[in-house]
Design a protein around this ligand. Sequence first.
Ligand code: ADP
Ligand code: ASP
Ligand code: MG
Length: 407
Amino acid sequence: MPRIVMKFGGTSMAGSERIRHVAGLVRREAERGNQVAVVVSAMAGETDRLIQFCREAASVYDPREYDVVVASGEQVTSGLLAITLQGMGLNARSYMGWQLPIRASGHAAGLIEGIDVDVLERVFDEQGIAIIPGFQGVAADGSLATLGRGGSDTSAVAIAAAMKADRCDIYTDVDGVYTTDPRIVPRARKLPIVTYEEMLELASVGAKVLQTRSVGLAMRYNLPLQVLSSFEDLPGTLIVREDSLGDYAMERNLITGIAYDRNEARITLSGLPITPGTAAAIFGPLAEGGINYDMIAQGSPTDLTFTVPAATLAQAADILEKAQEAIGYDELSTDTDICKVSIVGVGIRSDPALAARMFATLAERKIDILAIATSEIKVSVLIPQDYSELAVRVLHTAFGLDSEDSA
Ligand code: ADP
Ligand code: ASP
Ligand code: MG
């Protein structure tokens, strides 16, 4: 019997009517003869609401207790979906993260270390449907743990890999992966198929339609992923290995898509000494503090700019201030009004003209580039945030990605 995991995001689970619709989609897959495990998110906005309560309770809070609070959103929707399916006469049951269990490495943004699927095997033996809260696991000491924002995607893929599912369907509020965020560029085009590699890069530079870790896991287990709408019955986007692209390999664009990320912050250190070891003195303590840094640019021999996730800016600045004497800089400045815009595509590997076209397109619009970062299939630029939508739109046009019917 084919096995599938169906994952439903927050907008898909927002309220009784949406949940009833989701239950209909689950029933359809079960009636097609599939063994089905369902992974659900909290209702749209609920996780933000719960996090806000934690902030109001104390400015610095214990991650263990944060997890107790925020994991509750998914508990509610999984129970509600099970009740709704039972009301339709189906044998559905919810299983919390600790009941499988889904073992997490720690609190608030833990990694999945392993999943026991014996419970699911028993459910399938009895022709049942398992409903599992996404985002939720259990830490080594038995306490609740969560997996980081957007983590239900990763729960779904990890469960699919553990139960050797034939595919994992990610239902969301758009009908697939687009050439850029369709909410800011209405001319974006739906991609029928993309490779894990391209999707991984798109997600890591800000295309939040899938959590980056979920794509990495799907790639590792060669698990076919599909992104599709829970609102409309339309074909979605398949995410597969490069050698499974078939005919699409021929039609592939050199640039797959454009992504943006407004959750980065810029740090500039000026008045740096021109001596070997300066970069090590800056990035060593940051790495020790667990801060991820990116997009390093040297404005002059004595000043250096780089980015960190905005959520870690205060911590990064604190580390650098404490190390001021050891590094020997004069001034530290920060800015959160920035945006990282990236082009992603396999063409970048072999065609330097693509990066050049990106820079020229932004120059034509007089958009300043504050820093640049490249990888094999990606070029990212850091720009002032006010220009983020304009930059994404003009790049989308410049790389021939606009849909034909919008011309
Ligand atoms: P869910 O709650 O279902 O997990 P998310 O809000 O996490 O949904 O992700 C879906 C959103 O991702 C879409 O509403 C869209 O605005 C955004 N998005 C960003 N980039 C892309 C892209 N390239 N293709 C499709 N959606 C994208
Ligand atoms: N509810 C969690 C969040 O909003 C997890 C998820 O929906 O993927 O981040
Ligand atoms: Mg999501």
